[in-house]
Write a protein that binds this ligand. Structure first.
Ligand code: NAG
Ligand code: NAG
Ligand code: NAG
Ligand code: CA
Ligand code: CA
Length: 646
């Protein structure tokens, strides 16, 4: 069941993208097995059982209360096209083993272009400039002038002051101290002189090789430079004469190596996202399902459980922050078809280039919360400058891959400013302090629009570009938002046909669970969980309109998606655009085909799920300026309450 509701201490345990991935010809099975015991057992006991049958026990799964373990067979090949029935059977014969499931392998790709070869771009650092800087001054690191995303002076055709405004955070003495960001990727060069003092070895692990040393595997083309480049953006050291600086240059990075094996499994992802959730504050991911514009895929069961456990229990109950690159599929893809990016529990980040346009590879979707910066301008010197493998530096880190770690760095600053922020506080702060600045759609398709409480959003950029200075300032005076509730607001279960040439409109009228203990009056995320099929899935478009009139495109045309069989099965399309709105009233869903060809399809199910607070979220805050987004939303909330009470 894809969207299943368990209630535990009032927390939602699981409602995510359940994967109804088609079992097409390319199926492979790995040597990993999920072994579920009848009851909790100790790790040592699981070790013994594993050894007896020729397996290694790689440990318990996050969130499984020591009932589920990851076993890896010692002699099976990493991937084969047939299940190994005999190995499953032998495990199941053990009286304490409830089930054993051989893990299918699937594809996850790094975002970003293939790395440039080192002879051109693995630049040695210049150490002519190793003077110690004083606080308040600019970093003296040799690559700092190239880091336009930190300080845009208009270099290389950029737009002045279109940057993350980090200096304003640093000037407040906030540099990321005591915060750890895990880079879930192809490894981190933790011996790099610009990273080694900020490396958190205790929180690091290598799930590709199952050892504590997530060092990148060497290849001639530097394929595994991705994680090291991401790590430098977060936490490269300041004023040491090496490369540039990280957004949070006094924070720590952990390496979680998990992308470097022939196939991904649910268990590798789950272990990575559930690794040391009390030592790691932020997890940064710049990878996901293939961006080919026809994949619909997301976290599987164990991974979903690990994320849910992370947000509910990680950081000693405050919740881990999962930052996600929204995807590099360009116009061809829609990040709402990527169940990681579309999740409420991840903050998905898009990118803009140095003059404010979207990058050509940017995907758009209604689940994107905000943006940072990446490459894509004509001038090749406008890539993202950061650390590179083997002690080198690069100026060409790219894609939304490079955008997500910048956001992780900004969140590390916010967490130093206020270590009590919950995972939801960080999302609220993002909505309230991101800026439109001069971001625009290069093709003029998506405009900035005001939602029902006066928050400006854009289908490409979410609520705008992160502003570290503003986020840190607001984080310092922040008061944790009230409890979150989940209201199943209504559903339509009879199938309706969708035909070419005219839109299908469906409506759900809701009181947003008024009078029950899941009443939602102030929205955070909204999900439209939809089952539909179509003679060509890629031509289907879906729009969700809130009672306050905000229209989210929850699915856009995907030209490459020629599926005519699977459609969507209980897929949780998500929008952030109605943030802060009052959800009572009529929600409209529009389904239509965007195609010259005759198409047909069925909308079989639509369930509307509202997430947010019963109480106004910003009551305890006093806005510094009457023009701030906080002031505007707070006023909208107060006006609504007054109208209701009078
Ligand atoms: C995933 O979980 C659902 C609901 O708990 C279950 O029905 C389904 O069989 C699980 N899938 C796998 C592959 O274990
Ligand atoms: C960092 O954390 C340690 C222990 O948790 C604490 O003693 C120390 O004061 C903290 N430092 C800062 C700058 O917050
Ligand atoms: C969609 O599903 C309906 C009913 O389940 C079926 O009759 C129809 O043929 C399907 N359409 C497509 C395009 O697969
Ligand atoms: Ca440096
Ligand atoms: Ca994608």
């Amino acid at each position: 069941m894809p969207c299943q509701w368990f209630s535990l201490l009032g927390l939602i345990l699981s409602c995510g993208a359940a994967i109804s991935s088609s079992s097409s010809s390319g199926d492979v099975f790995t040597s990993s097995f999920l072994v579920r015991f009848q009851r909790s057992v100790e790790n040592n006991f699981a070790h013994e059982v594993a050894r007896r049958y020729g397996f290694d026990n790689l440990g318990p799964l996050p969130g499984s209360s020591f009932k589920e373990y990851h076993f890896k067979h010692r002699s099976l090949p990493h991937a084969r096209t047939r299940r190994s029935i005999s190995h499953t059977r032998v495990l199941k014969r053990h009286p304490l083993i409830h089930t054993a499931i051989q893990q299918p392998g699937f594809i996850r790709v790094k975002r970003g272009l293939r790395p440039a070869i080192p002879s051109i771009h693995g630049l040695p650092y210049s150490s002519t400039n190793g003077v110690q800087g004083t606080s308040g001054a600019e970093p003296t690191d040799p690559y700092f002038p190239l880091q336009w995303y930190l300080k845009n002076t208009g270099q290389n055709g950029g737009k002045m002051r279109l940057d993350l405004n980090v200096q304003a955070a640093w000037d407040q003495g906030i540099t990321g101290k005591n915060v750890t960001t895990a880079i879930m990727d192809d490894g981190v060069d933790y011996m790099h002189p610009d990273l080694k003092y900020n490396y958190n070895a205790e929180a690091s692990y290598d799930f590709s090789s199952n050892d504590p040393y997530p060092y990148p595997r060497y290849t001639d083309d530097w394929f595994n430079s991705h994680g090291t480049r991401c790590a430098g953006e977060v936490a490269a050291a300041r004023d040491n004469g090496i490369c540039g600086v990280g957004v949070a240059y006094d924070s720590k990075v952990a390496g979680i190596r998990m992308l470097d094996q022939p196939y991904m499994t649910d268990l590798i992802e789950a272990n990575s996202m559930g690794h040391e959730p009390h030592k790691i504050h932020i997890y940064s991911a710049s990878w996901g399902p293939t961006d080919d514009g026809k994949t619909v895929d997301g976290p599987r069961n164990a991974t979903m459980r690990a994320i849910v456990q992370g947000v509910n229990e990680g950081r000693n109950g405050l919740g881990n922050i999962y930052v996600w690159a929204s995807g590099d599929g360009g116009e061809e893809d829609d990040c709402n078809c990527d169940g990681y990016a579309a999740s409420m529990w991840t903050i998905s980040i898009n990118s803009a280039i140095n003059d404010g346009q979207n990058a050509h590879y940017d995907e758009s979707c209604s689940s994107t919360l905000a943006s940072t910066f990446s490459n894509g301008a004509k001038d090749p010197n406008t890539g993202v400058a950061t650390t590179d493998l083997y002690g080198k530096c690069t100026t060409t880190h790219s894609g939304t891959s490079a955008a997500a770690p910048e956001a992780a760095g900004v969140f590390a600053l916010a967490l130093e400013a206020n270590p009590q922020l919950t995972w939801r506080d960080v999302q609220h702060l993002t909505v309230l302090t991101s800026k439109r600045n001069s971001l625009f759609d290069a093709k003029n398709r998506f405009h900035w629009t005001m939602n029902g409480v006066g928050l400006e959003f854009n289908h490409l950029f979410g609520f705008g570009v992160l502003d570290a200075g503003a986020m840190v300032t607001l984080a310092k005076q922040w008061r944790t938002v009230p409890a979150r509730y989940h209201c199943e607001a209504g559903s339509i279960l009879e199938p309706h046909q969708i035909m070419s040439g005219r839109s299908l409109f469906l409506e759900i009228k809701t009181n947003a669970c008024k009078g029950t203990d899941t009443e939602v009056n102030y929205l955070e995320h909204v999900q439209a969980v939809i089952t539909a099929n179509a003679s060509r899935r890629g031509d289907l478009e879906l729009f969700l309109t809130s009672p306050m009139g905000t229209r989210s495109m929850i699915l856009s045309r995907r030209a490459n998606d020629d599926d005519h069989r699977d459609g969507f099965t209980k897929w949780p399309f998500m929008t952030t655009h109605t943030w802060g709105e009052y959800p009572h009233g009529t929600w409209k869903l529009e389904a239509r085909f965007n195609s010259q060809q005759p198409r047909t399809g069925w909308l079989k199910e639509w369930s509307l799920v509202l997430h947010g607070t019963k109480e106004p979220p910003y009551r305890a805050l006093s806005p510094a300026s009457p023009h701030s987004k906080l002031a505007i939303v707070k006023k909208a909330h107060e006006d609504r309450k007054m109208n209701k009470d009078s």
